[in-house]
Design a protein around this ligand. Structure first.
Ligand code: 13P
Ligand code: SF4
Length: 341
């Protein structure tokens, strides 16, 4: 893996394209000059330790551009973590994503530099909750969204991500499904299947993502009036009224692909604003409008925490999961890979 030596000019050329976002996402030449030394230091230590840095698309742009080796959605990140041959994975995302890397590669050291471990979906349900539900709904296949803890995955049958939830639930032979924890995503799946004439008995847990549940269809109506021909691109964690008013719905990577392959006067991405920041650096010729909605958990990863976690991780930065939970959770995730094929 080559060491990447950035000059502050090179960083500024990439990062100046980020035009939406609060002050944390706006880059001046001075700011790029300030962060270049730490970026270069991280890239050197990464090579010495045979480590790779994976980042979700919601992570701050300076981390994505400066130090990450792979950026993707939850599905792509879990595949990459499983297939990579490094000794150490530094996972810039939220804890459940780093847990998934550990489940798939238990012999690797997996480190999370986020200082605010959480996700409003993953925190909404425990493994014990699932065990109780399984007694009550013993004939149901338990399908969990990847935004869940290792214990919840260990108690479920099949894991899904936003890129495959619709197709996997459709393929599962059992018509009785318990989907957890995202109620809004579950409602979207029910609506999608009903539209295809497929009627399954789908029970839902009442979790929501605090970022995505905020979007409302009035905002879309307003934007369509203000920007003729705008394309509205949404994540399946949004409410069904929002999904029904959108031009495209998909995982964060599918949303990016949609923007890259279509031509529209403007786009509004209904998801965490890191995705729009990433798009602005990759397709600067396209126009994006809208507000910045940040996930506080994703944005708690920083260059300073990455450097500290690489040099001298705190015990809570290192992912540890007991072998029994790993074995059961791995089965649940492997079932997803089997359905995706
Ligand atoms: P993706 O798998 O689409 O990247 O979604 C992850 C997530 O947490 C969305 O809020
Ligand atoms: Fe969790 Fe929502 Fe943040 Fe995604 S955006 S990690 S679902 S809190």
């Amino acid at each position: 893996m080559p060491v990447t030596e950035f000059t502050s000019n090179q960083l500024y050329t990439a990062l100046k394209q980020v035009k939406l976002g609060g002050t944390t996402c706006l880059f001046t030449p001075e700011k790029c000059q300030e962060i270049t030394p730490i970026i270069n230091q991280i890239n050197h230590i990464k090579k010495e330790k045979n480590a790779i840095i994976l980042a979700h698309s919601y992570i701050s742009p300076e981390i994505i551009i400066g130090v990450s080796d792979f950026v993707g959605d939850s599905y792509e990140l879990s595949k990459f973590a499983a297939d990579s041959s490094c000794d150490m994975i530094l996972f810039c995302a939220v804890k459940f994503m780093a847990d998934t890397a550990k489940i798939l590669s238990p012999n690797k050291t997996v480190i999370i530099p986020s200082k605010l471990n959480g996700c409003s979906l993953a925190d909404s349900i425990t493994g014990e909750d699932v065990q109780k539900l399984r007694k009550q709904y013993s004939e149901y296949t338990f399908v969990c969204y990847i935004n869940t803890t290792a214990e919840v995955k260990a108690a479920c049958d099949v894991c899904v991500t936003s890129s495959n939830v619709y197709s996997i639930i459709e393929k599962i032979p059992n018509d009785k499904i318990y989907f957890l924890p995202d109620r809004l995503m579950g409602e979207n799946v029910i609506q999608f299947l009903e539209a295809k004439g497929i009627h399954k008995d789908i029970k839902l847990w009442d979790g929501t993502c605090y970022v995505h549940e905020e979007y409302d269809p009035d905002m879309i109506t307003y934007l369509r009036q203000m920007h003729k021909g705008i394309h509205i691109v949404s994540h399946p964690e949004c409410r069904s009224e929002v999904i029904n008013s959108s031009d495209f719905v998909g995982s964060t990577s599918q949303m990016m692909q949609y923007v890259k392959k279509t031509e529209a006067p403007a786009y509004f991405m209904l998801t965490e604003c890191g995705l729009t920041s990433r798009l602005q650096t990759e397709v600067p010729e396209k126009t994006f409008v809208g507000s910045c909605t940040m996930c506080k958990y994703m944005k708690s990863n920083s260059l300073e925490h990455i450097l500290k976690a690489l040099q001298n991780p705190d015990p809570e930065d290192i992912i540890e999961i007991d072998p029994t939970t790993i074995k059961k959770a791995k089965h649940c995730i492997s079932e997803m890979f089997r359905y995706v094929g």
